[in-house]
Design a protein around this ligand. Sequence first.
Ligand SMILES: Cc1ncc(COP(=O)(O)O)c(C=O)c1O
Length: 365
Amino acid sequence: MKIMPNRMDRGFQMHQLDFENKALEVLRSGWYVLGKEVSKFEEEFAVYTGSKYCVGVANGLDALWMAFRILNIGKGDEVIVQGNTYIASVMGITMNGATPIFVEPDVYYNIDTSKIEEKITDKTKAILVVHLYGQASNMKGIMEIANKYNLKVVEDCAQSHGACFEGKMTGTFGDIGCFSFYPSKNLGAFGDAGAIVTNNPQIAEEFKVFRNYGSEKRYYNKVVGTNSRLDELQAGLLRVRLTHLDELTNERQKLCERYLERLNNPFIELPIIRESASTVWHQFVIKCKYRQELITYLEEKEIGTIIHYPIPPHLSEAYSYLGLQKGNLPITEAYAETVLSIPLYNGMTEEEQDFVIETINSFEV
Ligand SMILES: Cc1ncc(COP(=O)(O)O)c(C=O)c1O
């Protein structure tokens, strides 16, 4: 039995007829960019997250860099972010010329709030919170610090659709919540797509203008904007999937509960969940000191895995200009050397999962 780390085709098959009908409806409508499907999706996703406004954009990275642009955070400013994130979080900061200031993660793979204050300077303008692997960060601690130092808060919810802290959904604590709907995300489109949520009407309005060449009215341009529009086809397909998101999350939850109950190998460490936080299990991430041996062993048994992420942003070539070195963020670096995402997807069968569990449990060094 060959098992891939992710199977997006299964997610499609689960609601195939609905997706196909919606795709045909949009194709036949004759309207393909910024139309009724986008407006409806924006309304529905705002309601889902408990936000006042949602604005669709082309992808998650655009949501992030536009967020900092609209908050007027750029050159000479510093933004605090956890060291162990996907590089897009950091690019969202640096595309506007701002400097990322990295903070070590906690045992839940999210920012360690006890280490934020020591990094605050008079240049600090914002905290970018990443709810990594689907688990909500400690928003109580983060909002207390942000309020104390008068910092903006942007949430990177690319992996956390529906995850909550103290019952409130990620994306709704700070000034702007940024979402990616890349196909592999929990709420995945069939191409690139993204959105922001906010309770601030001015921010929502600025996003609507900025994503469309800076024009409120066609051919009247208020600002130098960009083209980052969500298209009708993706919005329509996202609407279909959004109606199933809670059941899809429940299915992931059940699969991960099985993993937590049945995985039992002294060479691996299982993920843990913070009290007051929930996770939507974007990934099931284990830690293993003998990771390469484990990967090779699983490959031999035809089980695929992925490392999220092997090179932390501060050590990537793209950010060599920041002048950071190995040893600057020891916890982040240790995670990069030991984390491993094992197969998890909607539509995973019990048989497939049992095979993964048995195989991992039999791993020896
Ligand atoms: C944490 C995080 N931030 C940002 C992004 C960027 O989203 P996109 O690929 O839609 O640009 C992703 C996913 O790719 C992500 O996982």
